[in-house]
Ligand binder design. Structure first.
Ligand code: HEC
Ligand code: HEC
Length: 232
């Protein structure tokens, strides 16, 4: 190719890489700033060792898991979701009576400004791996859990051994459940409770073989919990 053709081409390439343009590009931010901790391409860990070494939750199926608006807001003001981080053994120390969370080993999540958070949330919403797992899940918001909701979560299925149903109340080796209704799509929750290992083959959440009606009620119970305001 003659030089007079190459030079404009080079200029075009350079301008495409300029920081001003990259700032609005969600996929670019994900690659540059997030890929060191988050799995953006899949597959999920297939060995315990790699699960335990994970530095952040898998995001390659983010578009099927999270509510986009929640992602956008959280990235600007990230709060803790997993009381003991990604792997509880790394963040628990012996206390006088029982084990305690070693707060000094947990770090704060990076923050994004509004424009970047919006662009990243939009890019994450397009990442739809595992669609086959949710395509047949139909959420029925009218299947009211009533008092049975908490009973199932606590006693019948023992979910509370790992999940908090309000700040400071419940187990700490899984994500807090009282905000899950805001964070997650109901279809994802239905599918994850059906089979946690279908999403994450080595995760320590057990498959409790919850029948369909009770899965709907558990999800509606979780959605109800998220409507309470725990910040007051
Ligand atoms: C140093 C490692 C690290 C980097 C870098 C990082 N994250 Fe995270 N991220 C984490 C950890 C750890 C959590 C879990 C926080 C918790 O549970 O309290 C998390 C949680 C999240 C969540 C909530 C998802 C969920 O299921 O809890 C989103 C969304 C997210 N990160 C997006 C991003 C984006 C976008 C970037 C880049 C701009 C990024 N993260 C950079 C470690 C990281
Ligand atoms: C032995 C501990 C344990 C038990 C018992 C358990 N879970 Fe979990 N649960 C986990 C872990 C670990 C995760 C995934 C953690 C992650 O993504 O970092 C999880 C994830 C979830 C999620 C997705 C949450 C999120 O924020 O991404 C839901 C919903 C959920 N569990 C509901 C339940 C229900 C309902 C039960 C009872 C039928 C239950 N869990 C029992 C440990 C447990």
């Amino acid at each position: 190719m003659a030089n007079y053709l190459l030079i404009p081409l080079l200029l075009l390439t350079l301008s495409a890489l300029s920081p001003a343009m990259a700032a609005a590009d969600g996929s670019n931010i994900l690659q540059q700033q997030c890929a060191s901790c988050h799995n953006l391409t899949g597959p999920a860990a297939t060995k315990l060792a790699s699960l335990w070494q994970r530095k952040g939750p898998d995001l390659f199926y983010a578009g099927n898991k999270y509510n986009q608006t929640w992602v956008e807001v959280w990235l600007q003001q990230p709060g803790r979701i997993r009381p003991t981080g990604m792997f509880y053994m790394d963040h628990i120390k012996a206390g006088p009576k029982r084990d305690m969370v070693d707060q000094s080993t947990l770090s704060e999540h990076m923050k994004l400004d509004a424009a970047d958070a919006r662009a990243v949330a939009k890019a994450l919403a397009t990442m739809k791996a595992n669609s086959a797992l949710i395509k047949d899940e139909k959420h029925d918001p009218d299947m009211a859990p009533g008092p049975l909701g908490e009973m199932m979560f606590d006693k019948i299925y023992g979910c509370m051994a790992c999940h908090q149903i309000e700040p400071g109340y419940g187990g700490i080796t899984g994500p807090e459940i009282y905000t899950a209704g805001k964070r997650l799509t109901p279809e994802f929750m239905l599918s994850y409770i059906r089979s946690p290992q279908a999403w994450d083959p080595k995760i320590w959440m057990p498959n409790k073989h919850v029948p369909d009606t009770n899965r709907q009620k558990l999800v509606n119970y979780i959605v109800e919990l998220s409507k309470e305001n725990f910040n007051e």
